[in-house]
Design a binder for this molecule. Structure first.
Ligand SMILES: [Zn+2]
Ligand SMILES: [Zn+2]
Length: 332
């Protein structure tokens, strides 16, 4: 019974805690932005806007139903895994101790006049660094074959809804929890060491100030069927909903593009940016030969292990054949 209460509490927390992406306030703001976009920019009637936003074909699709299942099952799995994951505090303490033993960093004597600036500097630095590590981890999940097997679960979605953010394999969840703990640990320890007790996050309703605005301004529309794009110059600074939809596109030319979450500058720097101009998306998902039983929940959980096993055995086999070839050449 306690277990069930815990699951319900976690689901409730996801929708009613402003620190979470699918907080009901952010979902409502995404609906409002969609309405305004379709009504004002796309000149649709109110009925058309309503039909488009709440399209049954999207929200009741097989793909969306698999997303909902994964959302619940992942909560249960991560409930078991979280106690064994390294906590943010442990990492922060370790980094703090390490920095303490180094001479290249010295605590700064802050002029009292500028003391109020430190929390802003801390909040912005944390947000930017967090976004950078998300970009790097995401790019690695695409580039390293074993990690791609894990990340494929997210890309197997045929329709996108805000709940698609939870369509991830638990192993990806673990990787991102470690990433987050490391980033938070490093930033908190660094600031604490240099600025002492003056560090606090600037928050709105308990959420990081910048995360709050990022989510309120429609972060949930990235996983949606509403194509909202920015001006090209702005898409080189911030990732638009359309750009993340391009990231999910089935077209070959869109593969490995737009790894960024908030900032597009990382993609600009690493040459993986794709703006929405002249880039329409016809379908979401994986290519045909990667896309087997994409909406079967059991398959979604098992396929990364099957894929990883195939890669490892192929690698071992080719190494074995190479060794045999060398032995044969030496003998001859
Ligand atoms: Zn991806
Ligand atoms: Zn996505």
């Amino acid at each position: 019974m306690e277990f069930l209460t815990q699951i319900i509490d976690t689901i409730y927390e996801n929708f009613f805690d402003p620190k979470k992406r699918v907080f009901v306030g952010y979902l409502l703001s995404a609906i409002l932005i969609s309405f305004l976009w379709l009504f004002i920019v796309k000149k649709k009637t109110l009925i058309e806007c309503f039909r488009k936003i709440f399209d049954k074909k999207i929200f009741l699709s097989k793909s969306a139903k698999a997303d909902y299942m994964l959302f619940i099952i992942n909560i249960i799995i991560l409930m078991f895994l979280s106690p064994i994951l390294i906590t943010q505090l442990a990492i922060a303490t370790f980094v703090f101790e390490y920095l303490h033993s180094q001479t290249f960093l010295m605590p700064i004597d802050v002029n009292l006049q500028y003391l109020w600036l430190i929390p802003y500097f801390f909040t912005i630095s944390y947000f930017v660094l967090d976004d950078l590590t998300k970009f790097i981890t995401h790019a690695l999940m695409h580039k390293i074959p074993i990690l791609w097997e894990i990340h494929k679960t997210h890309h197997s979605a045929r329709t996108l809804t805000p709940i698609t953010i939870f369509r991830t394999h638990p192993l990806e969840g673990v990787i991102f929890v470690i990433r987050s703990a490391l980033t938070q640990g490093v930033v908190i320890a660094l600031f604490f060491y240099v600025y002492g007790n003056n560090i606090t996050f600037i928050t709105i309703l308990g959420a990081n100030l910048l995360s709050f605005w990022f989510h309120l301004l429609g972060s949930n529309l990235r996983h949606s069927h509403i194509w909202i794009n920015y001006w090209s110059w702005l898409e080189k600074i911030f990732i638009s909903p359309a750009q993340h939809q391009i990231h999910h596109s089935i077209k070959k030319e869109h593969h490995n593009k737009n790894f960024g979450v908030t900032f597009a500058v990382w993609d600009c720097v690493f040459g993986t940016l794709c703006t929405s101009k002249d880039n329409e998306v016809s379908k979401f998902g994986l290519t045909k030969n990667e896309n087997k039983y994409e909406h079967n929940v059991l398959y979604l959980y098992l396929s990364p292990f099957i894929g990883m096993y195939k890669i490892i055995s192929k690698h071992t086999l080719s190494r074995f054949q190479n060794t045999n070839k060398q032995t044969f050449t030496i003998k001859n």
